[in-house]
Design a protein around this ligand. Structure first.
Ligand code: CMP
Length: 145
């Protein structure tokens, strides 16, 4: 089933974008929209608001607004799970312990500095694509904060 998802290359892996694009190409995922942008603290807080009660939330928001990110809309067969499989486990140390070649194993450091993000559902993909690529006119991440 053809799906779309939102992929984000986090600040720690933007310099590895070329390698990540190669991995996407090898996995048959197509980049249909892309932008590089620096999130403000409140934009990062809004993007991750479902995690606001988690102990890692402030570190996550701080990190995600520390430098530019690359947001991409990906299209492909089962794109949501395909991109999450390519990312690997959330914790980069766990990803490295797995034999599988993944974005986080190659380019991440730990659970917060973990190189990339992927939508986890069709509903999240719709919200997150709209966050970075609003259909209603203006460019840039929607700032609802
Ligand atoms: P991401 O896919 O961007 O979605 C939520 C993020 O929260 C996740 O990647 C991690 O960066 C972070 N995260 C999730 N779980 C943990 C955890 N247990 N410890 C630290 N960070 C986490």
């Amino acid at each position: 089933k053809k799906e779309r998802t939102l992929a984000m290359v986090k600040p720690d892996a933007v310099s590895k974008l070329g390698d990540i694009l190669e991995m996407l190409h090898a996995a048959n995922l197509t980049v249909t929209k892309a932008k590089m942008t620096k999130l403000t603290w409140s934009q990062a807080a809004d993007f991750y608001k479902e995690h606001q009660s988690k102990p890692f939330y402030s570190n996550l928001v701080q990190f995600m607004s520390s430098g530019p990110v690359v947001a991409m809309e990906l299209m492909g067969d089962e794109a949501i799970v395909a991109w999450r499989r390519l990312l690997g486990p959330t914790d980069s140390a766990v990803a490295r312990r797995e034999a599988q070649h993944s974005v986080r194993a190659c380019f991440g450091t730990d659970g917060v500095q973990n190189a990339g993000h992927g939508s986890d559902s069709i509903a999240a993909a719709a919200r997150e694509v709209e966050f970075f690529f609003p259909s209603t006119g203006s460019h840039g991440p929607a700032n609802t904060a």
